[in-house]
Design a protein around this ligand. Structure first.
Ligand SMILES: [Ca+2]
Ligand SMILES: [Ca+2]
Length: 267
């Protein structure tokens, strides 16, 4: 009797878990690249709420359920441009219901070296014991937008051999976010883009979510709404115009320094 009850509770608990509760890359693998010019776009994706990325910038971390993880692999050192923009995507929930995401996302993203656990390993999640023991007690989740972070899985079973829980590590490379505030891209147009120069060969993860910190207000009717997002990766990308401007300014400065030095050296 007691055993049956425990089993029932366990099953009830299982059923209430959303299927996408764990960190995964389904439909969000940009692919494998060298530094040859190549474009890869992922559509039909959505994030829950409009604040997931920005919430990971504060002292109590962020809930990884409010972000979507993308991945890519580099075979050699390459320049990578990443763009995320709002989209009206069709999304399918864990029951197979199709709904349309709405517009209005202020996208933000961070790039990290490293990958979450993928099949056949168990997927990582915020409430795994190993995740909980590797972050402050009062944290909202394991996600961190502006620095290295880690999240882990539950103990598992692989072909009859028990596998202990372990952590996945994400080494922070950089970030960009849409908006008008300090540190944003300065143009709140539902789109943000950044080029990362000379990334080393290896596996990378990108975590994408909303950048409106105040959207997590409990009174917000769109707190749990799905916001469509389209992600584009361009390998072998040329630097953005502002990067060129900085490069030219740097070269001009070096020229000035050299010209000033030359007379002294030849005198
Ligand atoms: Ca937070
Ligand atoms: Ca923008």
């Amino acid at each position: 009797m007691k055993k049956t009850l425990q089993c029932a509770f366990f099953l009830a608990g299982m059923a209430s878990l959303p299927a996408m509760a764990h960190v995964g890359y389904g439909g969000r693998d940009f692919g494998t690249f060298d530094n040859t010019y190549t474009t890869s776009t992922r559509i039909d994706q959505a994030v829950t709420g409009n604040y997931g990325w920005m919430d990971g910038t504060d002292a109590d971390y962020g809930d990884s359920h409010k972000l979507r993880a993308y991945r890519f692999t580099l075979l050699e050192s390459a320049n990578i441009n990443l763009t995320f923009e709002q989209a009206t995507s069709q999304v399918t929930d864990h029951l197979g219901n199709i709904s349309t995401s709405h517009l209005g996302l202020l996208p933000g993203f961070s790039l990290y070296q490293g990958l979450a656990h993928i099949a056949p390993m168990k997927a990582d999640h915020d409430s795994a014991n190993i995740s909980l023991s590797n972050r402050p007690v009062n944290a909202e989740g394991s996600f961190r937008a502006l620095t290295d972070w880690s999240i882990g899985n539950d103990p598992g079973d692989l072909n009859g051999t028990s596998v202990p829980a372990s952590l996945s590590f994400f080494k922070y490379i950089g970030h960009a976010y849409d908006g008008s505030g300090f540190g944003s891209d300065g143009a709140p147009d539902g789109k943000v883009s950044h080029t990362f120069m000379n990334l080393a060969a290896g596996d990378y993860s990108v975590f994408v979510g909303g950048a409106d910190y105040f959207a997590q207000d409990i009174a917000n009717p769109n707190l749990q709404s799905k916001y469509g997002v389209t992600g584009t990766l361009i390998a072998g990308a040329v630097p953005e115009p502002e990067t060129y401007a900085m490069l030219l300014a740097g070269l001009a400065l070096m020229g000035t320094v050299l010209r000033r030095r030359l007379p002294r050296n030849t005198a």
